[in-house]
Design a protein around this ligand. Structure first.
Ligand code: PLP
Length: 402
């Protein structure tokens, strides 16, 4: 018998989708995997050099629980540039990816019974971590507003137990980038109604066309004392496997993270810390801008193709590297019983069309399908073509009855 806590969470929906695509491929099916939450790219040269140099210097020991002092100083500088505010190293914790930063945030903020407001569709780990911490996720639907929550809807979701609001912009899975005016309103609301903001900006490097990413603390500096900023190099440098992220907030919050992390993982991998430090020291943005232009090109190609699908609106894709398709028109049942679900559609795409995406059900949304354009360009285009021809040929009403 395991702890009751184990009933609060299952393996993450995105991890399950990835595993299903892999299993189908291993069973000999020709499946293009568009579930990926990472960017296919060679290593940034500075990261490679920094890691090799650290190994050659024989680096092998623990660092400070919250990371190398030089790395925390470099991150303070990065945040200064991004937020136009001064940051001290003791306001920053280096973590094993953004996921640990978010977990730390949940553990230091949430008491049993506290509510945490999460705009939905949401990245699958947000509510899971709230539940693990003993809190209750409260969802604010955004689909009817093109995935940008209204301040009124957020305000209506608040109760005396509201402890925090998760703001994820650019958003996974929806691709929405929250406008500055909304972020400023959210900050004012947090101050007026006394709640925290967990500000996940993991995709901040990737915004397109006229969209701009606004760090919330740069819009309303007074909100900083109640904000925890979460970021990582996983997406920005295509370094998902290296597990370097960070959490920035008040010294009091970061001191609590130090104590927590000292009993969980201690410091993140030391070689990876040196590698990222070398990248930050060189201060050469050409790798990031290369990634950005590659993704922008994939996005352009994808949007052109997606325009062809009848009945499915072109996704907004303002930021990040996902297309979040509204497939509600495919869920029309015309009386069919049982009604086809998004999971049925995703299953059929794998078995009949040879393409895998992530069902919106992983994000609390029965009407969406997430496909990634972070993978290799050729397979992305092939996968997208397969998806489009499947959607074009399926007779939605009759054919989808399982
Ligand atoms: N936050 C969001 C919104 C994400 O989409 C992800 C990964 O997909 C993470 C955090 C976790 O990132 P990391 O791999 O750095 O733990």
């Amino acid at each position: 018998m395991l702890a009751r806590r184990t009933h609060l969470f299952t393996n993450s929906g995105t991890a399950r989708a990835r595993a299903a695509a892999k299993a189908a491929a291993e069973a000999g099916r020709d499946v293009v995997d568009l579930t990926t939450g990472e960017i296919w790219s060679p290593l940034p040269p500075a990261v490679r050099d920094g890691a090799i140099a650290a190994i050659e210097r024989g680096i092998n020991r623990y660092t400070d629980t919250l990371g190398l002092a030089e790395l925390r100083a470099a991150l303070a500088h990065k945040l200064h540039v991004e937020t136009q505010q001064a940051w001290r190293p003791d306001e920053i914790a280096v973590t094993s990816g953004a996921k640990q930063a978010l977990f730390n945030a949940a553990m230091i903020l949430i008491d049993p019974g506290d509510e945490v407001v999460i705009p939905s569709p949401y990245w699958t780990t947000f509510p899971a971590q709230v539940l693990i911490a003993g809190g209750t996720p409260v969802f604010v639907e955004t689909r009817h507003r093109a995935f940008i929550p209204s301040i009124d809807d957020i305000e209506r979701s608040l109760t005396s137990r509201t402890r925090a609001l998760v703001v994820n912009t650019p958003n996974n899975p929806t691709g929405a980038v929250y406008p500055g005016e909304l972020l400023a309103q959210i900050a004012e609301l947090a101050i007026a109604r006394d709640f925290w903001i967990i500000f996940d900006e993991c995709y901040s490097s990737f915004v397109y066309e006229s969209h701009v990413h606004h760090p919330i603390v740069s819009l309303v500096p007074e909100v900083r004392s109640r904000t925890l900023v979460v970021n990582a190099f996983s997406k920005a440098l295509a370094l998902t496997g290296w597990r370097i992220g960070y959490l920035a907030g008040s010294k009091e919050a970061i001191d609590a993270v130090r104590a927590l992390q000292s009993h969980t993982t201690s410091n993140p991998n030391v070689i990876a810390q040196h590698a990222v430090l070398e990248h930050l020291r060189r201060n050469d943005a050409s790798f990031e801008s290369g990634l950005r232009s590659d993704l922008a090109a994939a996005r352009r190609i994808g949007l052109e193709k997606l325009k062809r699908i009848p009945g499915i609106p072109t996704p907004r894709a303002d930021g990040g590297f996902y297309f979040y398709l509204d497939v509600t028109s495919l869920l029309r049942t015309d009386g069919a019983d049982p009604a086809p679900t998004i999971d049925d559609i995703v299953g059929r795409l794998v078995t009949e069309a040879g393409v895998a995406g992530v069902a919106g059900s992983a994000f609390g949304d029965p009407g969406g399908l997430r496909i990634s354009y972070g993978g290799p360009r050729e397979s992305f285009e092939l996968g997208l073509d397969r998806l489009i021809s499947a959607f074009e040929t399926w007779d939605a009403a009759a054919d989808l009855v399982m």
